[in-house]
Design a protein around this ligand. Structure first.
Ligand code: AMP
Length: 415
């Protein structure tokens, strides 16, 4: 069943979206990309004459009610985006009456699903590895099913459109699908687009394929790095990871960010790249600062010879050129994670050079896929969003999909 083939007239449709939008200290939305991403699905339901029940998580309230993460704060903005008044359900698990009263064209937004520990289904207050853990886990799984069943009872159809959480087997992203038959559950438009973009990268690789992996740590990216080594022609590793690699090879890295317990992992990546004939591109020079702030003193130095008291915060000019060279002729590009501390304007040049090279390659016919909150923030900061092929709303979900893992949110629908 696909969303395009269903007519939702006079039906109630519960849609899992990802409205985990960033808010400022006054609760105002600072980036509404995720709300805009869900609009095609939501508008389709309303245009058909259906009633909408929207559900999402926001932040990490860890199973407890916390006004800081209330979706009530964005109810009006969602209404403005849809052009209808949105009713808010202050308790997502006690919204049966509100859902029952909904008429065609009306919208109900449920409170943050993660105010209930059942959403994530992790036992609360029991340490992993303790004797009580297994029993607590079993009990929580049962409670998770009940929670999912309650959510399912609100609607005739279930639409999964939250790509950002599709790699989680949560009540609202996967378990709920068990309570709908195949004709009454489907992926939304955003999910369909994301899946197609990943397919474009994986099943239709036009070479050369260049992946750029950045960000702060090796540990959070090693799974995908290892996996990409079997697929790419060029692998650029940048950002904070640079210094773990530099130190592993005997370099001096001053105060740069480094994971000392991952030095052997870094050496393993270098060896595997060599074995597979992958062109591994690591920074040769860097822009170092004498403090972790935008207006600190800076100097350009070799990435493997950083003076004591200084830390590498961005890719240097020679490195920027190296990166651009490995990107410019690519025909498939994947970018996840910035090349420096791009949030500080003085250390954004490396990420900008990567972004610019990706845009140019795209203009020359490459398919470029950008994913992960920070690289998307980079592209937006540089005003280049409309010069790349596809910007994914998923970080972890995108990487797991590229790794070839089956995402629970998709498996729940497609089997
Ligand atoms: P991640 O969440 O692992 O993708 O990392 C993203 C973060 O990495 C961004 O907030 C960047 O500021 C940070 N980052 C990038 N390069 C460096 C660096 N050289 N030192 C410290 N942090 C960095």
């Amino acid at each position: 069943m696909t969303i395009n083939t269903v007519n939702f007239k006079d039906s109630k449709v519960i849609v899992r979206v990802d409205f985990n939008v960033p808010l400022d200290e006054n609760g105002n939305i600072t980036d509404d990309t995720r709300i805009r991403g869900a609009l095609p699905t939501l508008k389709k339901v309303l245009a058909d004459g259906g009633a909408l029940i929207i559900m999402s998580h926001m932040g990490k309230p860890k199973g407890k009610v916390n006004p800081k993460f209330s979706l009530g704060q964005i109810s009006e903005a969602v209404g403005d985006a849809l052009g209808v008044t949105v009713t808010f359900a202050p308790d997502c698990a006690k919204a049966a009456d509100q859902a029952a009263a909904l008429k065609s064209g009306e919208v109900l937004l449920l409170e943050n699903l993660r105010f209930y520990p059942e959403e994530e289904g992790k036992p609360v207050g029991v340490e992993k590895g303790t004797p009580e853990f297994d029993a607590a886990k079993k009990e929580m799984k049962a409670r998770q099913k009940e929670f999912a069943k309650t959510l399912a009872s609100y609607a005739d159809y279930y639409v999964m459109d939250a790509f950002g959480t599709a790699h989680r087997k949560h009540a609202s992203t996967a378990v709920i699908a068990d309570y709908f038959d195949n004709d009454h559950k489907m992926l939304g438009y955003l999910m369909e687009k994301e899946v197609t973009a990943v397919d474009n990268v994986l099943s239709n690789i036009k070479r050369p394929f260049t992946a750029i992996m950045g960000g702060s740590k090796v540990s959070t990216k090693i799974g995908i790095i290892d996996n990409l080594l079997g697929k790419v022609d060029n692998l650029i590793l940048c950002g904070g990871m640079t210094y773990t690699f530099a130190k592993a090879q005997g370099g001096k890295i001053g105060n740069s960010i480094c994971e000392d317990d991952k030095l052997d992992v870094a050496l393993g990546v270098i060896a595997k790249a060599k074995e597979l004939g992958v062109n591994l591109v690591l920074g040769t020079d860097c822009v170092a600062g004498d403090d972790f702030k935008n207006d600190c003193h800076t100097q350009i130095c070799p990435a493997n010879d950083i003076p004591e008291g200084w830390e590498g915060l961005d890719a240097g000019p020679e490195t920027q050129k190296l990166f651009a060279d490995a990107i410019k002729d690519a025909k498939t590009i994947l970018w996840n994670g910035p090349a420096g501390v791009f949030e500080f304007d003085n250390f954004a040049a490396g990420s900008r050079a990567v972004a610019e090279a990706i845009c140019q390659a795209t203009e020359n016919g490459a398919f470029s896929l950008i994913g992960g909150g920070d690289s998307v923030a980079c592209i937006n900061k540089f005003g280049m969003a409309d010069r790349v092929s596809y910007i994914s709303t998923g970080g972890g979900a995108l990487l797991e999909a590229i790794e070839g893992k089956v995402l629970p949110g998709i498996a729940a629908i497609k089997g």
